[in-house]
Design a binder for this molecule. Structure first.
Ligand code: HSE
Length: 308
């Protein structure tokens, strides 16, 4: 195999109660990447489309090549690759756009090199790419993008990644308003310390959310998606956030919060049938306020990145 084409899906990180420790993959949108061996012993970005000219062709600055380089460094290898990246999701959207590109790069390189690593072992390399893009090496986008499903990161040092069960009825509506929020900026508005009573509420919900997934209890899942840490600080970065959230809950969503660092907003739905009305109600708020938005309706993507 001289080249491979892969698809890496969008992800919803945090899931309300699990700041930096939880995330899930959805079916669409996602990035496509073609990786080919070259003889130059260099990582060369040949072409990027769909990014509006915003992404760097410098291999030391692009998330794809930084992620691949960290894998080659671990292998003490100087193999060259040509990269063609098709961004099929917006940057700064809260949909794990940079994570999808990092994951696509390391997954494709791993395939071409004969799979020296498992998908789980690729997580730290993809995190290195995520760090260049967002200033922080969190795994709550890259891990679900690689592995699929709903992921809990119990610990970063050492990395301990746990795959959680996916209730069959769980559907997501994700609405992306056309405003850009950079993860770096959305992290800068967070307080570095939180009061003990806030922490107590947050970890109560995180644990209960996990219990809800194991017991297939949609009510418990819904009432556990409460964020006392990031959402209160970040809501102001998203125009009409509270109105959109109310619209989602009033039209039947079991929960609603910010997707990753925003501005996308996700709603959890009990079954696919509920998702139509919920998505319409959420989009309507943006439309009536003159903000364009994209709507994605998806079940949880259980496979993650794949060859296409
Ligand atoms: N957990 C990260 C954050 C996800 O909320 O900053 C960024 O997509």
């Amino acid at each position: 195999m001289k080249s491979v084409k892969v698809f890496a899906p969008a992800t919803v990180a945090n899931l309300g109660c699990g700041f930096d420790v939880m995330g899930l993959a959805i079916d669409v949108p996602g990035d496509e990447l073609m990786l080919s061996f070259n003889k130059d012993k260099k990582l060369i970005i040949k072409k990027i489309t769909g990014d509006g000219g915003k992404l760097s062709y410098n291999a030391k600055k692009n998330t794809v090549t930084v992620a691949i380089q960290s894998m080659l460094d671990e292998m003490k290898m100087s193999q060259g690759f040509d990269v063609v990246l098709k961004k099929k999701m917006p940057l700064g959207s809260g949909l794990g756009s940079s994570a999808a590109s990092s994951v696509a790069g390391v997954f494709a390189a791993n395939v071409l090199l004969g799979k020296p690593f498992s998908k789980k072992e690729l997580v730290p390399f993809a995190m290195a790419g995520e760090k260049v893009a967002s200033g922080s090496a969190h795994a709550d986008n890259v891990a679900p993008c690689l592995l699929g499903g709903i992921i809990l990161i119990r610990s970063y040092e050492p990395l301990d990644i746990i795959q959680l069960p996916v209730p069959a009825k769980l559907y997501l509506v994700v609405v992306h308003p056309h405003v850009e929020v950079l993860t770096k900026d959305a992290r800068a508005v967070l307080k570095k310390n939180i009061p003990l009573n806030t922490a107590v509420r947050q970890w109560g919900n995180t644990a209960a959310f996990t219990a809800g997934l194991f017991s297939n209890d949609m009510d418990l899942i819904g009432r556990s998606v409460e964020d006392h840490v990031a959402e209160p600080a970040r809501a102001a970065l998203i125009p009409h956030f509270h109105e959109v959230k109310n619209a989602a809950l009033e039209s039947g969503a079991i929960a609603c919060s910010i997707s990753g660092s925003g501005p996308s907003i996700f709603a959890l739905c009990n079954g696919k049938n509920a998702s139509g009305n919920i998505s319409k109600a959420m989009k309507k708020v943006f439309t009536k306020n003159g903000i364009q938005s994209e709507v994605y309706i998806s079940s949880v993507n259980k496979n993650g990145v794949r060859i296409i």
